[in-house]
Design a protein around this ligand. Structure first.
Ligand code: PSU
Ligand code: MN
Length: 362
């Protein structure tokens, strides 16, 4: 009989192996103490319950305190209510964490208190070795979710190609990471602070599957339901989305997917009004010579100030809605996996891997 903790670690290891055909980096991640997964998430992964990953830059740099902490907790509740387990990813004292307590969210959310670093791929080494706190961006969260084997993650909006990106070269690392992580992201597209057509082109180049979630192919613009761009595909419901994710995994494509969910109609902002606000915010950024990783948080802060909180209301509503969609898809992925496991009998790939690992452990 294997010790319970050991069994969890082995099951996690199996879960990981289901997604990747190598074991070394996962073992190293756990054994070096760089990654810590909380009990709830660990149990869910080991038992193959649906799990939804969540980013934390939205908490540290995306929304103001205390709305950010409340929103993070509400989002987790939405996911639980749909029958999935939330795994908010962040870095605390140099340790990457999957699954946070309320106190930990509070620490991250109060930026003045703990000074968290906005963490994308390039920032991890610094944040970890300096034992700092970090909010993981979409790109940072994708890396961690992919390593742990969480197939789906919810957020508000992903980063993209910035306006005038052709001269500034400011293209979010989110797009590159999406191209090489076997994780599906559910977002309301990208904000029109960015260049949406160029962002879609770039996603195509990176090999990212992009679809709207719902009846139309109108690619959303975060605060509003249409951007004027069309997505290559539209997926009508969670069952179909899960089948798409499953196909990517069966083919072992190792690339990501973006499901773009328009903001619910009742929370959508007037397109013209928000465009004007965005133009003003961009002008402010130019005047203040804001660049690099500062630009997205700067624009977000300006937009909610200029709209007197109206944009914040919309922002929070769409994040919650995206979390619900992601949880429904996670539940459907679970059903598909169970079906494929039972139809292939005891000699399934997963069972064989579990046997492999048990042998290896003993
Ligand atoms: N877009 C939003 N809200 C956000 C972000 C983007 O509407 O909070 C955050 C996300 O964490 C995203 C990051 O991954 O900003 C992108 O930053 P950059 O453009 O510096 O890559
Ligand atoms: Mn950038």
């Amino acid at each position: 009989m294997l010790h319970v903790a050991k069994k969890f670690q082995l099951s996690l290891f199996c879960n990981f192996r289901r997604f990747h055909n190598t074991s070394e980096s996962f073992e190293r991640l756990i054994n070096s103490g760089v990654l810590s997964i909380n009990e709830e998430v660990k149990y869910a992964l080991a038992e193959q319950h649906p799990v939804v990953a969540l980013e934390s830059t939205i908490i540290t740099h995306g929304l103001p305190y205390p709305d950010n902490v409340k929103c993070a907790m509400d989002v987790e509740n939405e996911i639980r209510q749909k029958g999935a387990v939330p795994a908010t990813i962040a870095i605390l004292n140099g340790v990457i964490r999957a699954g946070l307590s309320i106190e930990e969210m509070e620490t991250l959310g109060n930026i003045a208190k703990s000074n968290p670093i906005k963490t994308s791929r390039r920032d991890f080494p610094y944040v970890i070795s300096n034992k700092s706190n970090g909010g993981t961006t979409v790109s940072g969260t994708l890396i961690v979710a992919n390593k742990i084997g969480i197939p789906i993650f919810a957020t508000g909006g992903i980063g993209g190609v910035h306006r005038e990106g052709e001269t500034t070269f400011d293209i979010s690392a989110d797009l590159i990471e999406l191209g090489k992580s076997q994780v599906a992201v559910v977002s309301s597209g990208v904000k029109s602070i960015l260049d949406i057509p160029k962002t879609l082109e770039y996603l195509e180049t990176q090999g990212v599957f992009v679809a709207t979630y719902g009846a139309t192919k109108d690619f959303p613009a975060f605060y509003s339901r249409k951007s004027g761009c069309q997505a290559p595909y539209s997926i009508p419901n969670a069952t179909e989305a899960a089948r798409i994710i499953s196909s990517t995994r069966n083919m072992n494509l190792q690339s990501g997917m973006l499901f773009a969910v328009p903001v619910p109609e009742e929370y959508a902002l007037n397109d013209e009004e928000i465009q004007k606000v965005i133009e003003r915010a961009l002008e402010e950024a130019r005047k203040n010579d804001i660049r690099g990783k500062q630009i997205t948080p700067f624009l977000l802060r300006n937009i909610w100030e200029m709209t007197h909180g109206k944009s914040l209301h919309t922002n929070i509503a769409l994040i919650k809605n995206n979390a619900k969609v992601a949880a429904s898809i996670a539940v459907e992925i679970g059903k598909l996996e169970k079906t494929s496991k039972s139809s292939s009998g005891t000699g399934s790939r997963i069972d064989r891997q579990k046997d492999d690992i048990s042998n290896y452990a003993d």
